[in-house]
Design a protein around this ligand. Structure first.
Ligand SMILES: CC(C)(COP(=O)(O)OP(=O)(O)OC[C@H]1O[C@@H](n2cnc3c(N)ncnc32)[C@H](O)[C@@H]1OP(=O)(O)O)[C@@H](O)C(=O)NCCC(=O)NCCS
Length: 479
């Protein structure tokens, strides 16, 4: 009889290389294109004549609100395209920094531009003053998306002087200032549940250049860089604070994805983990005129500033109908518990007319290309851990059951089905999953806002009034 250790050794599959992930993605691409080859090619257009005629459903479904060159989703072909580049190719070859540059600037950067941009984002992840300000709030007990919005707002306070044109006109944000020490510092003394609050009542010091003060984003694109880097640091700070730990600074050897992982877990990620996080950020970065993108654009169209516009995107993303289905998937898989329970669980769920989390999509009526990429990646990541392997096997069994029953209705796994498994295998707590979505999507929000502002027109749809007329006012005492 083989003992447990021998069995474990046999089971151990050598860690896959970063290159093997690329092969896997290119394989998934082939499969995706082969399966939807029969679907008709879309009619593409390069010019639009306004006003435009289209059929509009409730919630503006089907409405065309603007032109965009940022990204394209085709539900029947299962295409996701950023600036003309296929998501499979970007995930196989690009980095989140390069993809963000592409989304913002409309073209891939040269090697020199990419190096400069990557370095610049790393420097912009260094936001000690915002991190300290965040510790003045009960971040550890707040809803993480609410804390993310708070952090983005505090970052704005440190990185723009829009509200502080005169020294005499200081506002609350400046009086609630921190000193200029960088972290780490003692924020949670032993035995104390909450971090130490630091309200210094001195006047705001304008020190140039000093840490975050150097990040003043007077121009829109600079502010976008601050936001893409800063949202990652704010999200990691929330994770650290919730774990009762001191926030960390970014490390020079990592890009944004690796630094996010390091700053949230406190552990230096492996090259493979860094790459998988990078891929995950690439594939969530843009997705057409979804609710959070639209929310950001609506706010920006009033000529409010980009920090507040991104805050609106974060708010919209926090709702369960938008971000967050991946958490439900992880809970669901835990509830099912084992591949052998899938059939019974699925029968009961269908009989109760409940939807299976992580399946179906408003736009994709083919297999979501993002799930095609994350599925095989989650297989690799879970291979060497018995519990995770079981979770993955349960997911595969569920996918088989759902697709064989509902595939005819074009119900396939969506991006959320495998992303939770990936995050959990990298040691990220469930409650942070939606914040990771924001760490990535901020690139798309920024790109679409910047593009829209080039030909800005304030959003102003109409509602169909179905109320009454000619009511006579009756005083409260007579009602
Ligand atoms: C994403 C979602 C809201 C899309 O909704 P939609 O495009 O409006 O699709 P509909 O709700 O009209 O569904 C069409 C049919 O497929 C069924 N269906 C859709 N998603 C389903 C799911 N996840 N499980 C079981 N059946 C599903 C519906 O019951 C409906 O069946 P019917 O025609 O017999 O009534 C929906 O698929 C869903 O709730 N999925 C689960 C949550 C989730 O994973 N969200 C993340 C999305 S990225």
């Amino acid at each position: 009889m083989k003992d447990k250790t021998e069995k474990a050794k046999e089971r151990h599959i050598p860690a896959p290389s970063v290159e093997s992930i690329r092969d896997l993605i290119l394989e998934a691409k082939k499969k995706a294109y082969a399966e939807t080859d029969h679907e008709p090619e879309p009619e593409l257009t390069s010019a639009v004549e306004w006003p435009i005629t289209c059929t509009v459903g409730p919630g503006l479904e089907g409405a065309i609100a603007c032109e965009s060159k940022v990204g394209y989703v085709n539900g029947s072909k299962g295409w996701l395209i950023y600036r003309g580049y296929d998501i499979f190719d970007l995930c196989a070859y690009s980095t989140f920094e390069e993809t963000s540059y592409l989304l913002l600037h409309g073209r891939l950067p040269s090697q020199a531009e990419l190096t400069e941009f990557t370095t610049s984002l790393r420097e912009r992840m260094f936001i000690p003053q915002t991190q300290r300000l965040m510790l003045s709030f009960p971040v550890e007990t707040m809803n993480p998306m609410s804390a993310l919005r708070l952090g983005t707002n505090l970052m704005r306070q440190k990185q723009t002087y829009r509200d502080t044109d005169t020294e005499a006109d200081l506002k609350v944000g400046e009086i609630l200032a921190t000193d200029d020490d960088s972290i780490p510092m003692e924020t949670r003394p032993p035995g104390k549940k909450n971090p130490v609050f630091e309200f210094l009542t001195g006047l705001f010091k304008r020190v140039h250049p000093a840490s975050e003060d150097a990040l003043v984003g007077s121009d829109e694109i600079e502010s976008c860089y601050n936001l893409i880097a800063g949202v990652a640091s704010v999200a990691a700070t929330i994770g650290r604070t919730r774990a009762g730990r001191i926030p960390l600074e970014p490390l020079p050897e990592y890009g944004l994805a690796g630094n996010y992982l390091y700053m949230v877990t406190g552990r230096r990620p492996t090259a493979l983990e860094e790459r998988i996080m990078d891929i995950s950020l690439i594939l969530h970065a843009d997705h057409g005129m979804n609710a959070s993108t639209f929310a950001s654009m609506v706010v920006a169209s009033t000529l409010s500033d980009i920090y507040l516009a991104i805050g609106a995107g974060i708010s919209a993303l926090s709702g369960p109908l938008h971000g967050g289905a991946n958490v439900e998937v992880v809970k669901m898989l835990a509830e099912i518990g084992d591949p052998s329970n899938v059939k019974k669980w699925f029968r009961e769920t269908t009989a109760a007319k409940k939807k299976v989390m992580g399946f179906g999509h408003r736009v994709y009526k083919a297999y979501d290309p993002r799930a095609r990429i994350l599925g095989p990646i989650s297989a690799l990541l879970t291979e060497n851990d018995e519990t995770r392997r079981k979770t993955y096997a349960t997911a595969v069994a569920l996918e088989d059951a759902v697709v064989s029953e509902l595939g005819a209705k074009k119900i396939f796994p969506n991006v959320d089905f495998y992303s939770g498994i990936v995050y959990s295998a990298m040691g990220i707590p469930q409650e942070l999953y939606t914040t990771i979505f924001a760490v990535s999507r901020v690139a798309g929000w920024c790109a679409r806002v910047v593009e829209y502002l080039e030909n800005n027109r304030i959003f102003r749809p109409r509602a169909m009034y179905t109320g009454t007329f000619d009511e006579t006012y009756v005083p409260p005492s007579e009602r």
